[in-house]
Design a protein around this ligand. Structure first.
Ligand SMILES: Nc1nc2c(c(=O)[nH]1)N[C@H]1C(S)=C(S)[C@@H](COP(=O)(O)O)O[C@H]1N2
Ligand SMILES: [Mo]
Length: 162
C-alpha cells in the first residue's frame, strides 16, 4: 500500500514536470512573440504598429552589403531582413516621395524614394547569421553602398511622406 502511494506520487510528479516543460518549450518556440515594434506614420489616420510578427508575413531577404567606413575601407556583411519597399507595400502605403526612418534615440535619416525602393535597402534583423540582440536594438536600417551614417540603428518609427 505504502509502495503504491509512493509510486503514485512519483508518477504525478513526473507528469507535472513533463507538462511544465512542454509548456515552456511551447512558449520558447512561439512565433507570436513580439521582438520589436515599429510605429508607421503617414499611411493611415493613426499610426500603425508594424511588429516582428507582421514582418514574418512580408518575408525576408538577404543583402550582401558593402559597408563603406569613413576611413575609406570597406567590409562586406551578409544581412537578412525585410525589404523596406515590401514592408510599405504590405502596409498599403501607396504613393510617397520620401520616407523618414527614426531611431529610439531620435537619430533619423530621410530616404528619397529611389533609396526606399532600392533592392539593397532593408530593415535588417540578422547579420552574418547572428540575430541583432536587444542591446543592438533588434532592427537596423541597412542600405547597401551607403556610408554608416545612413544605417539607422534601433529603428522605432517610419514616417511616410506623400
Ligand atoms: N540610432 C542611431 N543610429 C546611428 C547613429 C546614431 O547616433 N543613432 N549614428 C550613425 C552614424 S553617424 C554612424 S557613423 C554609425 C556608427 O555605427 P558604428 O558605431 O557601428 O560604427 O551609426 C549610425 N547610426
Ligand atoms: Mo557617424
Amino acid at each position: 500500500m505504502k509502495i503504491k502511494g509512493i509510486m503514485g506520487f512519483i508518477l504525478i510528479l513526473a507528469l507535472t514536470l513533463i507538462s511544465l516543460s512542454a509548456c515552456s518549450t511551447d512558449q520558447g518556440a512561439s512565433v507570436e512573440e513580439t521582438l520589436w515594434t515599429i510605429s508607421v506614420e503617414g499611411v493611415k489616420e493613426e499610426a500603425i504598429n508594424f511588429t516582428s510578427s507582421d514582418a514574418e508575413k512580408v518575408g525576408s531577404r538577404e543583402v550582401k552589403a558593402r559597408l563603406k567606413k569613413k576611413d575609406g575601407s570597406e567590409k562586406e556583411q551578409t544581412w537578412k531582413g525585410y525589404g523596406l519597399k515590401e514592408v510599405l507595400e504590405h502596409l498599403d502605403a501607396g504613393e510617397f516621395s520620401a520616407v523618414v526612418v527614426e531611431a529610439q534615440d531620435g537619430y533619423s535619416k530621410e530616404l528619397p524614394k529611389e533609396v526606399v525602393i532600392g533592392e539593397g535597402t532593408i530593415l535588417g534583423v540578422m547579420v552574418d547569421g547572428k540575430a541583432l540582440e536587444e542591446s543592438d536594438n533588434r532592427v537596423q536600417l541597412v542600405i547597401n553602398g551607403k556610408t554608416p551614417n545612413w544605417w539607422v540603428k534601433g529603428v522605432a518609427k517610419i514616417k511616410v511622406i506623400k
